[in-house]
Design a binder for this molecule. Structure first.
Ligand code: NDP
Length: 317
């Protein structure tokens, strides 16, 4: 079975390509910079890659570039989207690639009669960024972020994911494409790619000798689970709609506590970066994804995988 993964050089996508190859799929993987071996050498090294991995160049902003990659594929996993901190021009760097990229990929899917389902990597960023109180109660898949709220708070990444998911649902309805979205929180775990991605960088920051941790609360989930959830969303015929993926919601102070148990000798931050009350935790529903068949990896294990991987890459001592 032939499937396509967009943005294959990325953290989550590399795991997705790995699990798809492990299961015998033929994988067409799109990469925007095919000339840079740093972006693809880890993909070439995957088991089964020699026989069943095809690399195709495609940039989210180039109209029509996904047509060749998607043609003939039964499933498409659209993961590519910019995720980094410190952008200067939100429209050009984040919003355009996220939204226009989604349209370009779905346009290619609409043209290819082979495509049965498209799994779109959305985010918790498209779910919880609104003025609604997160607790008491349970955050579930009926929640949607509010684009205006994201604009007011200059939350550009959250805005890019919110607009991209809205665009995906609207486009899919108009063109009659079967899409499913996966909405993960902060994804951590072993890095297959050579470079450091944004969500694993958050763990590196906590372990890098800083004396304080940020007063922030995030949902956390293992990258293996995120890749597995994408495959379930494609393989299970009844899969539909959105699937939140959060193993645990935890304040950074709690993550530090877990890290200090896992690595007792390590110097970890001891105090909060500000004097405000801790940003509260909240509950996120696990019901839909568990019904689909996912068994969550405990966050302790994902944290250990992350730290071991950072050490192996000499990003940590
Ligand atoms: P990475 O930064 O590792 O991967 C992003 C991928 O998108 C890279 O392959 C990157 O290519 C590609 N990309 C960015 N801009 C373009 C472009 N203009 N044209 C083609 N490709 C492009 O991040 P993650 O693996 O973490 O993120 C993957 C997806 O998961 C994204 O959609 C992200 O929003 C989503 N997500 C991530 C979470 C996390 O905590 N990591 C949480 C929730 C959702 P290149 O390598 O060339 O830069």
């Amino acid at each position: 079975r032939l499937v396509c993964v967009t943005g294959a050089s990325g953290f989550i996508a590399s795991w997705l390509v790995k699990l798809l190859l492990d299961r015998g799929y033929v994988v067409r993987a799109t990469v925007r910079d095919l000339g840079n071996p740093e972006k693809t050498k880890h993909l070439h090294a995957l088991e089964g890659a020699n026989e069943r991995l095809q690399l195709v160049k495609a940039n989210l902003l180039d109209e029509g570039t996904f047509d060749a990659a998607v043609d003939g594929c039964e499933g498409v996993f659209h993961t590519a989207s910019p995720f980094y901190i410190g952008i200067k021009d939100p429209q050009a760097e984040m919003l355009d690639p996220a939204v226009k990229g989604t349209i370009n990929v779905l346009n290619a899917c609409a043209k290819a009669s082979s495509v049965k389902r498209v799994v779109v990597t959305s985010s918790v960023a498209s779910v919880i960024f609104n003025s609604r109180p997160r607790s008491p109660g349970v955050v579930d898949e009926t929640w949607f972020s509010d684009a205006e709220y994201c604009k007011q708070t200059k939350a550009w990444y959250q805005l890019s994911k919110t607009l991209a998911e809205e665009t995906a649902w609207k486009f899919a309805k108009e063109k009659g494409i079967d899409i499913v979205t996966i909405n993960p929180a902060m994804v951590i775990g072993t890095l297959l790619q050579p470079s450091l991605n944004t969500s694993c960088a958050a763990i590196l920051q906590l372990m890098n000798g800083s004396s304080t941790y940020p007063n922030m609360t995030f949902g956390w989930v293992s990258v293996k689970d995120v890749a597995e959830a994408h495959i379930l969303a494609f393989e299970v015929p009844s899969a539909n709609g959105r699937y939140l993926l959060v193993e645990k919601v935890a304040h950074c102070s709690e993550i530090v506590k877990i890290l200090s148990k896992l690595y007792p000798g390590c110097t970890l931050p001891t105090k909060c970066a500000d004097d405000n009350p801790f940003v509260p935790t909240y509950t996120v529903s696990k019901e839909r994804i568990e019904k689909l068949g996912l068994k969550y990896t405990p966050i302790e294990e994902a944290l250990r995988d992350t730290v071991e991987s950072l050490k192996e890459k000499k990003l940590l001592n």
